[in-house]
Design a protein around this ligand. Structure first.
Ligand code: DGL
Length: 272
């Protein structure tokens, strides 16, 4: 069944720079695909906002990307996935992929003991969505979670090493690590930017899992199912949009991606 022009880009959005962790995996996995990435930097953080606000923000981001003629939407934000995935799937005419099921799946696959920790924003942790999703996939799992809201501004600032972040990480993780977990889900797309400090704090016996790789796999499956995959010999292009100052985003993004984001364009994400 043909469902449209496969050369349309994949749309990806997050509240800020964190979704680039997902974006990067998608383009490593699918180099022929074009991507339009939107970081809603004017309204970051989402993680401390109410469900209704996050749904409203997610809808404006999604509609902006749909107006750019995307063929599939990736919600590269755990908070937006937790609160808005269903609404987006109901309201949009394009397929929508979130990051929570892929992350939960990866954790269940990698954990030997079934003792799994999850860290995320306050919104994600309070929603209980990871506990529910992990236990649906693996009913024997024991899931322990902790909100780590300060990690997001550290990641946005690119402040990923040094005494201050080490102390913050130790303070956030100590209870969780006391539960004997062997797997820790980075349930926020900003946290892979702090991977080193989190790994050092957690120690070698704890495997870190982020949803980026599994999400890229889910995207691949979806575009294949929908007959929307572009042929492998083409090369995709990447466009970056932000709702606040592009300069800061370009700097942090470049540090993380390893190359400069030459074109970061400001867009008006009005509440509509
Ligand atoms: N990257 C977002 C997530 O995965 C959180 C950042 C924020 O609080 O906006 O939940």
């Amino acid at each position: 069944m043909k469902t449209g022009n496969p050369y349309r880009p994949i749309g990806v959005f997050d509240s800020g720079v964190g979704g680039l962790t997902v974006c990067r995996k998608i383009w490593e996995t699918l180099p022929s695909e074009s991507i339009v990435y939107l970081g809603d930097t004017a309204r970051v953080p989402y993680g401390s906002k109410s469900a209704s606000t996050v749904i409203r923000y997610a809808l404006t981001c999604a509609n902006l990307l749909v107006n750019r003629n995307i063929k599939l939407l990736v919600v590269a934000c755990n908070t937006a996935t937790a609160f808005a995935l269903e609404t987006l799937q109901e309201q949009l005419q394009v397929p929508v992929v979130g990051v929570i099921v892929p992350g939960a799946r990866a954790a269940c696959k990698h954990s030997k003991s079934g003792r799994i920790g999850v860290i995320g924003t306050r919104g994600v942790i309070n929603s209980g969505v990871y506990v529910k999703t992990i236990q649906e996939i693996r009913p024997d799992a024991k899931v322990y979670s902790a909100a780590c809201p300060l990690f997001v501004p550290f990641a946005e600032e690119g402040w990923t090493e040094g005494d201050v972040i080490e102390t913050v990480a130790r303070t956030y993780l100590s209870d969780l690590l006391g539960k004997g977990i062997d797997t820790l889900v980075l349930g926020c797309t900003h946290y892979p930017l702090l991977r080193e400090v989190i790994a050092e704090t957690a120690g070698e016996s704890v495997r870190l899992v982020d949803s980026a790789e599994e999400t890229a796999f889910a995207v691949t499956q979806k575009i294949e199912q929908e007959n929307l995959r572009v042929p492998d010999h083409t090369r995709g292009n990447h466009i970056f949009l932000v709702s606040d100052d592009p300069k800061n985003f370009a700097q942090t993004g470049a540090r993380f991606l390893g190359y400069s984001l030459e074109q970061v364009e400001w867009v008006d994400v009005c509440d509509g």
